[in-house]
Design a protein around this ligand. Structure first.
Ligand SMILES: C[S@@+](CC[C@H](N)C(=O)[O-])C[C@H]1O[C@@H](n2cnc3c(N)ncnc32)[C@H](O)[C@@H]1O
Length: 198
């Protein structure tokens, strides 16, 4: 049942370094769009003080469960269904949300739903951590990302690389203050926001 994400071997270490900073004060992490489940197993082992709560669409759950069981770790909860477009999110308590390579896959309404759902559940100081490629208004898209963006949009016109300013605008509407943007290999970014005090 285990699926293998091609980029996992390349991105797990740089993402892990950024997560070490971003999640310094966290204890329960809800991951959205866990995919194969490899990141959940890797980061739960890397950060034993965290409880990792993976989620995704139903078709991804068997692989996440296979990686969870193979890890033998007790700090990963069973994978739960979370469709970001659904009004019924699972009842998970969290003080951080991590989502990797999802903002360019889901529609912008999906991005908005992730931000709204995170903001609604995070306590003050809680973190929304997003990894993936972004567009920025003050610089041209790197050629590799421009190609990737065109490919994504041909496949699904609602997908594509998001403009950081658009995402940050939605985050700030929901009380999430931009914290850091750490450039990552292959023109990706680890970007996180902190929930403001009420
Ligand atoms: C490119 S994959 C990234 C998977 C994993 N995070 C990784 O980096 O290997 C995008 C993920 O978003 C999930 N996804 C797509 N639409 C979704 C939705 N509406 N709600 C929740 N997850 C969704 C997919 O099932 C998939 O696991």
């Amino acid at each position: 049942m285990k699926q293998y994400a091609a980029a996992f071997e390349r991105n797990r270490e740089p993402i892990g370094l950024a997560l070490g900073d971003a999640l310094a004060g966290a204890s329960r992490v809800m991951e959205i769009g866990s995919g194969s489940g490899q990141h959940a197993a890797w980061f739960a082992r890397l950060f034993p003080r965290l409880t990792w709560c993976p989620t995704d669409l139903p078709e991804s759950l068997p692989s996440i469960e296979a990686w969870r069981k193979a890890s033998g770790l007790e700090n990963i909860e069973p994978a739960r269904t979370l469709d970001v477009h659904s009004p019924n999110w699972p009842d998970i308590e969290f003080d951080a949300v991590v989502t990797i390579n999802t903002f360019h896959i889901v529609s912008f309404d999906g991005v908005r739903a992730i931000i709204e759902g995170a903001a609604a559940g995070l306590p003050p100081g809680g973190v929304l951590f997003v990894y993936g490629p972004f567009r920025f208004a003050d610089r041209p898209l790197e050629p590799s990302n421009a190609q990737f963006d065109a490919w994504l949009r041909r496949r699904d016109p609602d997908s594509g690389l998001r403009l950081f300013g658009d995402v940050d605008g939605v985050a700030s509407e929901h009380g999430l203050r931009f914290s850091r943007d750490v450039p990552m290999p292959a023109n990706n970014h680890a970007i996180w926001w902190c929930k403001e005090d009420d």
